[in-house]
Write a protein that binds this ligand. Structure first.
Ligand code: FMN
Length: 162
């Protein structure tokens, strides 16, 4: 069974969880990288990113070298931006057509995940959703515990379809 972990991460939290999951279940990794990503901080960071979510901006991505349709199980991880998924995934979904796949969703947030999973599933469409899990800024809070939890969750998802 081929597994893929697709993720976007602005500040490293989602990347940390994504890499842990990929290692645990033996999955390929695909990091979504917007071509223009200014390093913003503080209030400007929320303003810049929140605006992209609100206007449904589709950022230009670096080329994608893996086809999700070659995989049997896809884990997708995003930071929560303005209570939704990050714009890099809007760009990804505009490029690939993912249908009837086994999908598991994870996210990192600062304490208010809002409707991230509902919105993500709505825009992903007809697929089989096997699970979802969220973490609150793992790099700042429960780094080791969150990683263990993520690995356990990912393994259970994998085993549920073997
Ligand atoms: C533009 C922007 C918008 C954000 N919006 C939210 C939000 O609505 N709710 C929340 O809990 N955290 C929000 N955050 C915080 C991040 O989701 C959180 O810090 C996450 O762990 C970051 O993941 P990353 O390090 O992979 O980028 C936002 C961060 C940014 C940069």
């Amino acid at each position: 069974m081929k597994k893929l972990v697709v993720f976007y991460s602005f500040e490293g939290n989602t990347k940390y969880i994504a890499e842990g999951i990929a290692k645990e279940v033996g999955a390929d990794l695909l990091e979504l990288k917007p071509l223009e990503e200014p390093k913003k901080s503080g209030f400007m960071k929320y303003f810049w990113g929140g605006k992209q979510v609100m206007t449904k901006k589709i950022p230009e991505l670096e080329s994608i070298d893996k086809n999700p349709n070659d995989y049997d199980l896809i884990y997708m991880g995003t930071p929560v931006w303005a209570w939704s998924y990050a714009p890099a995934f809007r760009a990804f979904l505009s490029k690939v057509n993912i249908k009837n796949k086994n999908i598991a969703l994870f996210c990192c947030h600062g304490g208010g995940k809002g409707k991230v999973f509902e919105r993500f599933k709505e825009d992903l469409g007809e697929n089989k959703y096997l699970g979802q899990i969220d973490f609150q800024d793992p790099l700042k809070n429960n780094k080791d515990k969150d990683l263990e939890e993520a690995k356990k969750w990912a393994k259970e998802i994998k085993e549920s379809i073997i």
